[in-house]
Design a protein around this ligand. Structure first.
Ligand code: AMP
Ligand code: GLY
Length: 420
């Protein structure tokens, strides 16, 4: 069959590589893809917000299945649009995607179905938000209500920081903001928990831990993710049961009562506090870089799983995972997450030879003639799977050292909690 994958990041390259292993897949198109995907798929230079062009391409090439990687087209309703033309799509519809698209939608769902989450207030006016700061206990969390690639969240230590956050959000730093949330600060350790859904049932899709901050020791600005490891050190049967019963099941029930179903990956960002799970946020897709670290451990054919989801037959599939440990380290352009140079050549890529437990997924790269150039903040994802985290990490670091890219940097401490 022919598949089109929407997106251009490390997540989409990883999905392409793992799908390619399936004998069900004859051809992959990546829209628009990156230099990595161009080696195993055909990149198609279309804008992912031009739904009509995507639909025309898919119908013209008789693509059998579309897989949507990033949140924006999901939140904007690409699934609903393509399904109107009888195109098979893997991903949640527009209503269900509000789980990520609107924090207020999710908070109201939590309230109605008693899903554990931080206490919160919703504010539509600057003056009301600022006067509420008189009452809160610091640190407190202030969030823009729109998609902000993980950047619209402020952890504020005092009133002054809180006022600045409120100003920036309402002044449109993360796009037009009609409202914001002020939330209780949750203490504990975070975990990314994934499930995969066919609209009728769902199955677990492993766990991971990402490192969002730019500097070692989890310091500095929030980024899209500097690295990840899988599984999370926190997961056990008892906690898993609580997550399913207290968080995932009531969410699906809530969507059902709104007259909709969930199809696709669901990513619950959780805070685990004294063994109890709290929902921080939902994402309606795989995480990036969590996807890169999770998929190499999948032992079941990914194409079969996704096709089963599109046919509401996930109950017929047993999803098997390797017991091994996986680590992903992201190589970023110097300056990220602030300004960084674009179109910088990446040399030495030919010096890296990967064994069957190692992967190199591209993110912000393009191919120009015979050169690979960095064009994004997050550039390459180095992944290794091994019996233990320490060895997996060493393999990744060896490859990063071989590349020795002077225009980039990476965190050397990814996975420190499971290694030291
Ligand atoms: P979000 O975009 O909602 O996932 O938030 C980004 C990051 O901010 C999370 O991964 C957490 O590290 C942190 N964060 C968000 N909400 C809270 C909260 N209520 N308490 C503590 N940390 C939070
Ligand atoms: N790694 C965080 C995210 O994908 O949102």
């Amino acid at each position: 069959m022919k598949v089109a994958i929407i997106g251009s990041g490390g997540r989409e390259h990883a999905i392409s590589v793992i799908l390619k292993k399936s004998d069900k897949i004859d051809k992959i198109f990546c829209i628009p893809g990156n230099a990595g995907t161009s080696t195993i798929a055909e990149n198609i230079d279309l804008k992912i917000d031009n739904f009509e062009h995507i639909k025309n391409f898919v119908l013209d090439k008789k693509v059998d299945l579309v897989i949507i990687g990033p949140e924006k087209p999901l939140v904007d309703g690409l699934v609903d649009y393509l399904e109107k033309f009888q195109i098979k799509v893997f991903g949640p519809n527009k209503i269900a995607s509000q789980l990520e698209g609107s924090k207020i939608f999710t908070k109201k769902l939590c309230e109605k179905y008693k899903i554990p989450t931080a206490k919160f207030g919703i504010f539509y006016k600057k003056i009301d938000a600022i006067s509420f700061l008189e009452k809160v206990i610091f640190p407190t969390v202030i969030k823009a209500d729109n998609l902000a690639s993980g950047k619209g969240v402020y952890i504020c230590n005092d009133k002054k920081e809180g006022c600045l956050a409120i100003e920036e959000i309402f002044n449109g730093k993360f796009g037009k903001a009609e409202s914001l949330l002020i939330e209780e600060f949750l203490e504990g350790e975070e975990m990314s928990f994934f499930t995969i859904h066919d609209g009728k049932i769902y199955k677990n899709f492993d766990t991971a831990q990402d490192h969002k901050r730019v500097h070692e020791g989890d310091q500095g600005k929030n980024t899209g993710g500097m690295g990840a490891y899988s599984p999370s050190r926190l997961i056990n049967n008892k906690l898993e049961k609580k997550i399913l019963e207290k968080i995932i099941n009531p969410t699906i029930k809530g969507l059902l009562e709104l007259g909709t179903e969930y199809k696709g990956f669901l990513y619950a960002g959780l805070m685990i506090t004294k063994g109890e799970p709290y929902l921080i946020e939902y994402n309606v897709r795989m995480g990036d870089p969590e996807c890169q670290t999770i998929l190499p451990k999948l032992e079941t054919d990914l194409a079969e799983i996704i096709i089963a989801c599109c046919n509401k037959k996930l109950d017929k599939i047993e999803i098997k995972w390797s017991e091994k440990k996986s680590i992903c380290i992201v190589l970023c352009s110097n300056g990220y997450p602030d300004e960084f140079k674009k179109n910088v050549a990446i040399e030495n890529l030919d010096k890296i030879s990967l064994n069957k437990n190692e992967y190199l997924f591209h993110a912000g790269t393009i191919k120009k003639n015979d050169t690979i150039e960095a064009v994004g903040g997050r550039v390459l994802n180095f992944v290794s799977v091994s019996e233990d985290f320490k060895n997996a990490k060493q393999c990744v670091i060896n490859n990063l050292d071989k590349l020795n890219w002077k225009d980039g940097f990476y965190r050397r401490d990814i996975g420190y909690k499971v290694i030291n």
